[in-house]
Design a protein around this ligand. Structure first.
Ligand code: NAP
Length: 322
């Protein structure tokens, strides 16, 4: 095992979980944190820490004195942010600033994850030098977090803006395919916008980028990362149904432009220019097909899935080969 000590905040989330596995795979001494939902009781090294408790956070990190801190903790659902913006800001903005200050004090490398939602979606593709203009409270908070991080830490840091994530979350409720499978099981209707374009990435691919950035102290500043393809939410939903052998009838097409009142203002199209990062690291952006290959039926749904999918062999046979 490497002696480099890495603290990972938000390790129980969709992205943090993948980064945790990548750090372990590459032999880092990892200190993973969650707030309330430990991914699995057998993961003894996972520690609970509420980032709104400032003095506890400071004490914990000064006691550990890590070489690097990765921040994936966030109130990452725009709807949850809208319900209680004040509490969300404590995690999305204030905690990010505090972690950057602590990293600066410790001389630790700091990696903070941000979002494409800092942009309004008028121009494509966005470069990291383009001027942000968020439409939602979530986007505003992510932008504010970037500004606070930038002013708290002058060197040895990365702010990585990413896009919609496909992946396998420990709670099986965070990524698009998990939500679709859960909705089919619960017999709820699934409406997806065919005029909302995103450039999705996979949690495992972003994890690989994050760990590379950890190892490349010469790469500092604000970067963009995404997958290699732009796709509508509706089309992504259909690709997920196909991947898992469900009929396309389970998803209904709807329109973002007709739904502003219901879902609030959000960008219709967000795409990223991936240079200069893509030219400097070994990890390559993934196509949607590559991302779908890595998706799994959550264990909690597996029995239902085998009995209910239109053609479970589409997934099961490929899955067994893995
Ligand atoms: N998901 C996406 O499509 C997407 C797209 C663009 C950018 N991002 C960004 O990527 C990062 C990771 O997102 P994600 O989707 O992996 O998030 P997620 O699945 O919602 O996970 C959030 C993590 O933050 C932790 N957390 C929340 N409140 C906390 C608190 N008060 N104290 C300590 N930890 C707390 C959660 O712990 P518990 O599980 O214990 O509650 C969980 O580990 C975020 O910065 C997000 O803004 C995500």
């Amino acid at each position: 095992m490497r002696t480099v000590k890495v603290v990972l905040l938000g390790a129980s989330g969709l992205l943090g979980w993948s980064i945790y596995q990548e750090l372990k795979r590459r032999g880092y001494k990892t200190y993973p944190y969650f707030r309330q939902s430990k991914p699995d009781v057998s993961f003894a090294e996972f520690r609970a820490l509420n980032l709104s408790e400032d003095s506890k956070v400071t004490r914990e990190l000064l006691d550990l004195w890590p070489d690097a801190i990765i921040n994936c903790a966030a109130i990452s659902s725009p709807d949850t942010v809208n319900l209680d913006p004040f509490t969300a800001k404590m995690i999305n903005v204030d905690a990010a600033e505090r972690l950057a200050e602590i990293s600066s004090h410790l001389g630790a490398r700091f990696i903070h994850v941000s979002s494409d939602m800092v942009f309004e979606g008028r121009q494509q593709p966005y470069r990291s030098t383009d001027v942000p203009n968020p439409l939602s409270e979530y986007g505003l908070q992510k932008l504010e977090s970037e500004k606070k991080v930038l002013s708290a830490i002058g060197e040895n840091f990365v702010i990585l803006r990413i896009t919609l994530i496909n992946g396998n979350s420990p709670k099986a409720n965070r990524s698009p395919h998990e939500r679709i499978l859960q909705s089919i099981r619960n017999k709820s209707t699934i409406n997806l916008f065919d005029d909302e374009f995103r450039q999705p990435c996979s949690a495992d691919n972003v994890a690989s980028v994050v760990v590379e950035l950890l190892e490349r102290p010469n790469l500092n500043g604000l970067f963009h990362w995404a997958g290699s393809e732009v796709i509508t939410r509706y089309e992504l939903g259909l690709r997920i149904l196909e991947r898992f052998g469900f009929s396309s009838n389970f998803i209904t097409k709807s329109s973002l432009s007709d739904s502003f009142k219901k879902v609030g203002r959000r960008p219709a199209k967000l795409t990223f220019e991936l240079s200069p990062l893509a030219g400097k690291i070994k990890t390559k952006p993934e196509s949607v097909a590559e991302q779908l290959e890595g998706l799994k039926v959550p264990n909690s749904l597996y029995k239902w899935y085998r009995e209910s999918a239109t053609d479970p062999s589409k997934y099961v046979l490929r899955h067994l080969k893995c």
